[in-house]
Design a protein around this ligand. Structure first.
Ligand code: ADP
Length: 446
């Protein structure tokens, strides 16, 4: 097992990783920008290193500073968390060269799945359905137009290197496609430094269902059930739950088997997530794989009792999986609300000082956060400030707990999305479990 892990991240996920390390008896090193000196992850780690100014590009994304920090402190592994460098194959490669273990999959698999066109082809070759679309990247509007005619409108143009819900556009007809092609290409170049785009059939009113997988270096792989992440705004998740109210045990088994088959086909080692869209007829299509721990991993932890961060660390240390598929039991129901420092109506970021704070608690309530009273939410980073997670005997119980916990959660001084979550949690379609990725759009339209 590792002696010391450097956490190349900040905020709640850095704290989450520190907690897992403490329970495993591993020492921790926090890195931080000058703006994060007073952050909880810095206080809770055994050691900390300031690696640069507030801008991410000069600190949390700056590989030379991170590697130097690991070398100076004698860390034998780096955990990248999510976001920042977590899906950057260069960091994984440089770690290998420097004799530091990267806690995640191989650079090859990060690169393979990070290219969505290659990912689609690889997963299809493993025998799993993908969203109908272009077999390769599309170079011209003419080429895209021909494929769109074949698969039928509406279609989506997506950046091959896209992420975070950005770099995709829905096109209703040929004119739309011709007008937008160049624009999507330049957006992809600007946002991801990669102009490659591809075409997918636009699935109307789908559910976003993803499978958590865990695989070790010996080739053992299991799935821990699904998460339903259909409550999204602009293709970004806001509420996640497990199990999905839309998945039958038979479909869970079938999709879970597919997810295992997919990761085995690429000899994947670590935790990871296979994302699918499901249409109204229960046809499921792979959209992408995330080769890292996800923001929403706690809902899976709550229903399975598996600590995903500890598993991820153990696998990176060369240990084999302790759980077999037959031992995985889904117990009760879990929901997560992402609390963002944003205006609940416009979703415009609302950084600033937290003047008063009351965190919810009680049975079945978990808060993953790094905020405290007097903490200043910084404008430089993501607006996620807390993840409120509940676990109930069933979905109804979980919703009741979430409503209670949202009532108890008081954050003063800044605006947050708590009122938005209360609105969703009382909506009849959410209560019935009948919602699709257009839920929020419909909620906000008059
Ligand atoms: P990202 O990597 O940016 O998260 P994804 O490919 O995972 O992008 O898609 C994010 C979300 O965008 C999906 O959950 C879904 O809501 C929507 N989406 C993506 N592809 C399609 C599609 N072909 N049809 C309908 N919705 C889609």
């Amino acid at each position: 097992m590792f002696n010391k892990i450097l956490i190349a991240n900040r905020s709640e996920i850095a704290l989450r990783i520190i907690r897992a390390c403490k329970e495993l008896g591993i020492k921790t090193v926090a890195i931080h920008s000058t703006a994060d000196t007073n952050s909880l992850h810095v206080r809770f780690a055994d050691e900390s290193v300031c690696i640069g100014p507030p801008e991410s590009i000069k600190s949390y994304l700056y590989i030379p500073a991170i590697i130097s920090a690991a070398e100076i402190t004698g860390a034998d592994a780096i955990h990248p968390g999510y976001g920042f460098l977590s899906e950057n194959p260069s960091l994984a490669e440089i770690c290998e060269t420097c004799g530091i273990k990267f806690i995640g999959p191989t650079p090859h698999n990060i690169r393979l799945m990070g290219n969505k066109v290659k990912a689609r082809n690889t997963i299809q070759a493993a025998g799993i359905s993908i969203v109908p679309g272009s077999p390769e990247k599309v170079e011209t509007a003419l080429e895209a137009g021909e494929i769109a005619e074949k698969i039928g409108y509406p279609v989506m143009l997506k950046a091959s290197a896209g992420g975070g819900g950005r770099g995709m556009r829905i096109l209703k007809n040929k004119q739309d496609l011709y007008d937008s092609f160049g624009l999507v290409q330049s957006e992809a170049t600007a946002a991801f430094a990669d102009p490659h785009i591809y075409l997918e059939k636009y699935i109307e009113k789908p559910r976003h269902i993803e499978f958590q997988i865990v695989a070790d270096e010996e080739g053992n792989a299991i799935h821990l059930g699904e998460r339903d992440c259909s409550i999204q705004r602009r293709h970004q998740k806001l509420i996640e739950e497990s199990p999905s109210p839309a998945i039958s045990p038979e479909l869970r088994k079938e999709m879970g088997d597919c997810a295992i088959m997919a990761v085995k086909s690429i000899n994947y080692q670590s935790v990871g997530t296979l994302e699918f869209l499901i249409d109204r007829d229960n046809n499921y299509y792979f959209i992408e794989m995330n080769t890292r721990i996800q923001v929403e991993h706690p809902v899976t932890e709550m229903v399975t009792g598996v600590d995903l961060i500890k598993e991820q660390i153990r696998i990176a240390a060369g240990e084999s999986l302790t759980i077999k598929q037959k031992d995985v039991k889904i117990f009760g129901h879990s929901i997560e609300c992402r609390i963002n420092a944003e205006d609940p109506d416009t979703f415009i970021p609302s950084p600033g000082k937290i003047t008063a704070l009351n965190m919810p608690g009680g049975p079945g309530v978990r808060v993953d956060t790094a905020i405290y009273s007097d903490y200043t939410v910084l404008p430089y980073y993501d607006s996620l400030i807390a993840k409120l997670i509940v676990h109930g005997m069933d979905r109804e119980d979980a919703i009741a707990k979430m409503n209670r916990a949202l009532e108890e959660f008081h954050i003063e001084g800044i605006k947050t999305t708590i009122p938005f979550h209360k609105k969703v949690l009382s909506h009849k379609d959410f209560l019935k479990g009948e919602f699709f990725t257009d839920f929020i759009e419909k909620l906000n339209s008059p």
